[in-house]
Ligand binder design. Structure first.
Ligand SMILES: *[C@@H]1O[C@H](CO)[C@@H](O)[C@H](O)[C@H]1NC(C)=O
Ligand SMILES: *[C@@H]1O[C@H](CO)[C@@H](O)[C@H](O)[C@H]1NC(C)=O
Ligand SMILES: *[C@@H]1O[C@H](CO)[C@@H](O)[C@H](O)[C@H]1NC(C)=O
Ligand SMILES: *[C@@H]1O[C@H](CO)[C@@H](O)[C@H](O)[C@H]1NC(C)=O
Ligand SMILES: *[C@@H]1O[C@H](CO)[C@@H](O)[C@H](O)[C@H]1NC(C)=O
Length: 407
């Protein structure tokens, strides 16, 4: 779930050791290429303008230097040509849904700009950037989960994905979000999981696939029937919707997980007084099992969307770090983004950013740990080659260039 949440303290320990191994393997890394449809100079220019002079600017220049030659900020700051309004999945026309799914699949035919292994595709590069113990770069799941970076990081990540769909695969339609609060009593029955071969994300399928552990069932219906993904190793896209019921502590079909994103619960989360409170409540950090608007959706499944935790009986990474393997990751995360956006519309909230940079104190609360480092809008968000690293501040307003969208 890379973009998901972590299930236990034990898991965190596992993550730390995997991370160390990955660092040692990093000597094989390939050169990351510039992505032609991203305006690196423009992004650097707006980033510079957004930062106070001095050390933060220098840090940004250092991070950008791996991708572009240093240059003066452009004299005119780029501006949005238009602002796109995102729509709920059900509001897209059949033609738009079909084209959106076509474009996601099309990313599986494109090169990955050196972000992932040479045999991987651009589709895989997004999973790679989210993954933990990867083959090329060392990414760190905990740089953008269980801490303040979670919401802005995923916002920018989703925007880059939308740009890849547009520029590599010609998707000119609206980017959808899945408002799963509409389906909170029966999410696996949502129309988004239709078996329609053109516009359905499909169900969990019928063919058991044991090679990715509790990976579940090969998705064999809908538009992604028999779809193959490559991280951490080539395999069929899998889901297991029964996990939804079995992981619910109440033992009732999805009850407690669903309640964590009911319309009433979302309304309550939107009353969070500070950005950090919002983050804690969206990721469910204060709740047993971390059930929340974000994690509960990953927990309904046990396939790629929530894993795989291991491949061929070998532990590979934490549950969830390969979540973008499942295309429903995108409409799910655009909904998390929409909740963030909605909170930001409250008076005085557009630019509010606070809380903590690290998840250590949540991982193992202990008086022996140093106090958590406070988060600032000038902190850098890492994208591991999916475009330049950016200061958080650039991801705080969706209507600003270069994101240029609204809800
Ligand atoms: C999301 O769904 C809930 C529940 O039906 C509804 O109250 C809310 O208005 C919806 N929001 C959007 C933006 O679709
Ligand atoms: C599906 O998940 C359940 C737990 O909810 C597990 O018992 C079962 O073995 C899984 N099935 C497959 C095929 O992975
Ligand atoms: C989360 O729990 C901690 C410890 O109980 C508490 O101090 C904090 O206020 C809680 N935060 C939220 C957003 O509820
Ligand atoms: C993934 O989650 C399942 C269910 O909670 C757990 O049994 C398993 O140990 C986890 N895998 C890893 C690698 O942490
Ligand atoms: C698991 O191992 C088997 C036997 O070596 C191999 O055929 C299969 O491709 C492997 N699966 C994955 C996902 O690596």
């Amino acid at each position: 779930m890379s973009c998901v949440r972590l299930t236990s303290v034990l898991l965190f320990v596992a993550l730390s050791s995997l991370s160390a191994t990955a660092t040692q393997a990093n000597s094989l890394s390939r050169r990351v290429e510039t992505i032609p449809w991203l305006d690196y100079a423009g992004i650097e220019s707006v980033a510079r303008d957004s930062l106070p002079k001095g050390i933060d600017r220098r840090a940004l220049a250092d991070s950008a230097a791996g991708y572009i030659a240093a240059r003066e900020s452009s004299s005119s700051t780029p501006k949005c040509k238009k602002i796109e309004k995102r729509k709920e999945w059900r509001q897209l026309t059949r033609g738009e849904k079909k084209d959106y799914i076509r474009a996601i699949k099309c990313l599986q035919t494109k090169g990955n700009y050196g972000i992932s292994a040479p045999t991987d595709t651009l589709f895989d590069a997004f999973t790679q950037a989210c993954a933990l113990a990867d083959k090329v770069h060392t990414t760190n799941f905990l740089d953008f989960h269980v801490n303040s970076a979670f919401l802005p990081w995923h916002r920018w990540f989703g925007w880059i994905h939308s740009q890849a769909m547009r520029h590599e695969c010609g998707y000119l339609g609206t980017i959808p979000f899945w408002n799963y609060s509409m389906d909170y009593k029966n999410p696996t029955g949502s129309p988004i999981f239709s078996k329609d071969p053109e516009i359905g994300f499909g169900t969990h399928g019928t063919i058991i696939r044991n090679e990715i552990g509790q990976g579940g069932y090969q998705v064999d219906n809908g538009a992604f029937a028999n779809f193959k993904v490559n991280i951490p190793a080539p395999h069929y896209l899998t889901r297991n919707f029964s996990f939804w019921k079995d992981s619910d502590p109440d033992g009732v079909w999805g009850y407690q997980l669903g309640e964590s994103y009911s319309p009433q619960k979302v309304d309550w989360v939107l009353t969070s007084p500070t950005f950090w409170d919002l983050e804690v409540n969206v990721e469910g950090l204060n709740v047993t099992g971390y059930f929340g608007i974000h994690n509960s959706l990953h927990y309904m499944n046990m396939g790629d969307w929530n894993g795989p935790g291991w491949v061929n009986n070998t532990i590979w990474a934490s549950n969830g770090t390969a979540a973008p393997n499942d295309p429903v990751f995108w409409p799910h995360h655009q909904n998390v983004d929409r909740v963030f956006w909605t909170w930001q519309q409250r008076p005085g909230k557009q630019w509010e950013y606070n809380g903590y940079k690290s998840s250590d104190f949540i991982r193992t609360p202990s008086p022996d740990l140093p106090p958590p480092e406070p988060a600032h809008p000038t902190d850098t968000l890492p994208f591991y080659g999916l475009g330049p690293d950016i200061p958080v501040k650039l991801a705080l307003k969706t209507e600003n260039w270069p994101m240029c969208y609204t809800y």
